[in-house]
Write a protein that binds this ligand. Sequence first.
Ligand code: LLP
Length: 435
Amino acid sequence: MHDFRYIDGRFYCEGVSVESLVKKHGSPLYIYSQKTLVSNYQRLDDALKGLDHRICFAMKSNSNLAVMNTLASSGSGFDVVSEGELRRVIAAGGDPTKCVFAGVGKTEQEIRYALEQNIYAFNVESEPELERINRVASKLKKKAPVAVRVNPNIDANTHSKITTGTYENKFGIAFETIEGVYARASKLKNLHLRGIQMHIGSQLTEVKPFAAAVSKVLPLVEKLKASFGIEFFSIGGGLGIVYQQALASGTNAWWKRPEAKEILTPAIYAQALIPLLKGLGLCILIEPGRFISGNAGILVSRVEYIKRTGNKNFAIVDAAMNDLVRPAFYDSFHEIVPLRRKTGVKVSTDVVGGICESSDYFCKDRPLPKLVEGDCIAILSAGAYGSVMGSTYNSRSLAAEVLVNGKKSALVRQRQSLESIWQYESLAPWSTTRE
Ligand code: LLP
């Protein structure tokens, strides 16, 4: 579901022509659709109506302040993983008391800050972390709300780099030991055992692993409710989205399963999980990131050169792996379409960036409309884990970002200036400087 489409041969985000945004703000440019963000949030919220639930948007997928503000206004809480993210929630007008704090490496300073902001819960990943939170809370004379993250040891059937719920992964505490952990934690005076949490992986395209994990953990959750009076069960994020859309054709290197077209919809998710969770009498939290932001964003780029090497055809564009690293990291598939619709035969093309790495590509051997220098393209489904994973590798500045709302658009992140890339660096005092 998204609001990017061709109208009379020109590519639009909602009611705004993408080309007009590139003219105004240059490229590479991230563009987000407010309508898509809100409707993705709403569809999920509606599907879960039968449950007492809360959505905590996993802001690691997209932490632009305007995107977060849009979701906060829809009622969303946030799943944060650092003090920086929690500070962003506040800067975006979000509510820290609707935040859960995940991550295996929380520092004392981060714990202190989160306690001062009265977050809803820490999702705790180890026993030493429980002890540390207890210590920091005692210094602040507070009770820290915690949920232990259970690792259910269930294969999520997703890319190995984004699976999190097996004992091969660093996340959570082993399922078999959880009861003992709660018993010990209940003796720590400055902890409030508020819930239990799990997250088995990202970009799950089937509901089965979710249902299997919930079913496996459910008896444990019931026991914890009876013994310790926990009030919530967070089943994590991970809902997958369609990356291979109908707008263009190509091979799906990411899934290698072309039949996996019918993706997890909120209805499928809810139908499988509500019956399992309804009788539990706990508040159910979910932490979706990609489902809400993924198809709400695109990355626009301009073709700088067309180059042939042997029988390969390269379109070299002004965006690169520093702007969107997912293809380089995970071989991920992103649909690519020209901003002006082209007819005619397709040409097998590698769309690549200008960085000095062979992994700097957006697609390989993909049949695409014939591109020429100066054409602009949109790389789709770039709203999750796109700009947030951007870097200044090769001293390239971070891209600008725009939010569209109907016929309106706003620049919500300025293009980074080149000087600001090295603004925190300095020469050593013993260096010989040029006069
Ligand atoms: N909750 C926890 C504890 C997580 O670790 C994550 C994602 C989420 C929720 C949100 O997952 P989502 O609903 O977005 O699947 N960079 C990778 C994805 C890494 C996901 C990390 N954790 C990518 O580009 O595919």
